[in-house]
Design a protein around this ligand. Structure first.
Ligand code: AMP
Ligand code: MG
Length: 326
């Protein structure tokens, strides 16, 4: 069985092709970026509409496959930005009808956990999923995916992008903040906000903006202090989830997990508690089509040819996913 998966929850339109043995034949992604300012849903949608057919053709070419070789279509059903999700869903329905193969909608957050397991060989990890809109500590426990901790307001990626926008360095801001942070020398105290198993970053962003506008601190020192503080919050809740679930593996997912300082902090926490830290390569940490295709394979029993009733789920929560019988 070969599945073609379409990702379009936010800035990336991606197409992955993977078989039921977990062999990745193609993972072609095209992302919307800006020089200045954040992600605008309708511009991201336009981006997806423009590149969709090309990305699909490129993925098939890369995989050295023809359309007739595809036996299943999967798409990111949510959570995500509605205008972006619709583009992926419409393309997926179009392909499903044209090729006369079944279609399955999958939950984007869970895909990060499953593709990470496939590619790193982690067995039963706690996933620290840190992306633009999402920040969740997820694990499979008692027959379902559960959220053990999450952000109470913004995703850490959007928070970093917000700070980057304030200092005028464009989108995505995470990698640019990471570069600035390397040049930071002084740790400036900013609020550290962990509430139970959850974190909150809205107040930290306000605090950083005020500190930046005061002119008393360098951008480099603020970027450095921002990373040290917020990443420590993420490591704290991840460690607590690992202790609670008695799991010995931590898996990273999401664009922010490309950050080498965050990786280093997670690795050192795992080492201290005799656990293992798994970090997939950057092309699967960020949003991508391969993760959607693999989840499609795992959930193939849910697939249907009756595509009419399928719709997007922009606010779909990880812990509301009905786990398919495999
Ligand atoms: P995703 O939604 O998972 O594709 O992740 C996108 C987010 O990852 C954006 O908010 C980026 O700013 C952030 N990001 C990407 N690379 C890095 C990095 N090296 N450090 C921190 N954040 C990053
Ligand atoms: Mg993601």
């Amino acid at each position: 069985m070969i599945c073609l998966g379409i990702e379009s929850t936010a800035h990336t339109f991606g197409v992955g092709i993977i078989d039921d043995q977990g062999r990745v034949f193609a993972n072609v992604n095209d992302s919307y970026t800006t020089e200045k300012g954040g992600i605008h849903p309708s511009l991201a949608k336009e981006h997806h509409v423009k590149c969709a057919d090309r990305v699909i053709s490129e993925a098939l070419e890369k995989a050295k496959l023809k359309e007739k070789d595809i036996s299943l279509i999967a798409f990111s059903q949510g959570p995500g930005l509605p205008p972006c999700l619709v583009v992926g869903m419409e393309k997926a329905k179009e392909l499903s009808r044209k090729l006369s193969v079944p279609l399955v909608g999958v939950n984007h957050c869970i895909c990060h956990l499953e593709i990470g397991k496939l590619l790193t060989k982690a067995q039963d990890p706690v996933l620290l999923y840190v992306s633009g809109a999402n920040t969740q500590v997820i694990a499979y426990e008692g027959g379902k995916y559960r959220i053990f901790g999450e952000t109470l307001d913004n995703g850490v990626g959007n928070f970093l992008d917000g700070f980057a926008r304030h200092i005028g360095i464009g989108f995505p801001g995470g990698p640019k903040i990471a570069e600035l942070a390397l040049k930071g020398k002084n740790y400036i105290e900013i609020p550290y906000i962990v509430k139970g198993m959850d974190i909150s970053v809205g107040g930290i962003l306000t605090n950083l903006k005020q500190k930046c506008d005061s002119g008393r601190f360098t951008k480099e020192d603020l970027a450095y202090s921002c990373q040290e503080t917020v990443f420590a919050m993420l490591v704290e809740v991840s460690e607590r989830a690992m202790a609670h679930c008695q799991k010995k593996e931590l898996l990273l997912g999401g664009g922010v997990a490309c950050n080498t300082r965050l990786q280093e902090m997670c690795e050192s926490m795992c080492k201290e508690r005799g656990a293992k830290c798994f970090v997939p390569s950057n092309d699967v940490l960020v949003d991508n089509g391969a993760q959607i295709a693999w989840q499609g394979i795992l959930e193939r029993k849910k697939a249907t040819r009756k595509t009419g009733s399928i719709d997007i789920k922009p606010k779909w929560r990880t812990d509301d996913v009905k786990v398919a019988e495999r």
